[in-house]
Design a protein around this ligand. Structure first.
Ligand code: MN
Length: 205
């Protein structure tokens, strides 16, 4: 069973003006497609590993055979991270989370604005390429973190419910070196209903 590149759940230009069509086309059709293809190539001949979900493979990254570990870390990470990224954005995004997630954010960070500040600091402060994350625990607790390259919190035993891609390929065409401007605009497309669904799936586990 091979992993499949998921379609975007909206048109390539749907997130404009915050994320431009050309960036979305290259990001999905080239970058995400490449991670997916290379993940499948790495798992060729490893029938036992192909039976696992991507979440299982990444959570167990340290126990994978040495000959596939780096390829799964990089390309399996890229496959998973971008899938989460697309599905937590929407042309109808922005605003604030309500319900249990909103309460958990207030509890963890003091307020939604304080959360955004912590998250933006983590994302913009990540040296080089990587991701900023909002992570949920089964207890319902939330935290903010960042990882380099295509690493993600699954590899450390935690579950991300929202992530922002801060590789230059995610923003350079429109924002050039202004990573902070990109993150600031990205809040306008965050789909808080989708993030709340992710939160409920973790916190009720
Ligand atoms: Mn990317």
């Amino acid at each position: 069973m091979a992993f499949e590149l998921p379609d975007l759940p909206y048109d390539y230009d749907a997130l404009e003006p915050h994320i431009d069509e050309r960036t979305m086309r290259i990001h999905h059709d080239k970058h995400h497609a490449g991670y997916t293809r290379k993940l499948n190539n790495a798992l060729e001949g490893h029938d036992d590993l192909q039976e696992h979900s991507i979440e299982e493979l990444l959570a167990g990254i340290d126990s994978l055979p040495a000959d596939v570990q780096t390829a799964v870390r990089q390309n399996g990470g890229g496959f998973y991270n971008h899938r989460l990224f697309w599905t937590t954005m929407s042309p109808d995004g922005g605003g604030t989370p309500n319900s249990d997630l909103g309460d958990a954010i207030d509890e963890a960070f003091g307020s939604f604005e304080d959360f955004k500040s912590h998250f933006a600091d983590a994302a913009t402060g990540q040296f080089g390429s990587g991701w900023g994350w909002l992570v949920a625990e089964p207890s319902g607790a939330l935290s903010v973190t960042s990882t380099p390259n295509q690493d993600n919190p699954l590899m450390e035993g935690h579950t991300p419910i929202l992530g922002v891609d801060v590789w230059e390929h995610a923003y350079y065409l429109h924002y050039q070196n202004e990573r902070g401007s990109y993150v600031n605009a990205w809040w306008n497309v965050v789909d808080w209903d989708a993030v709340a669904d992710n939160y409920d799936a973790v916190a009720s586990a």
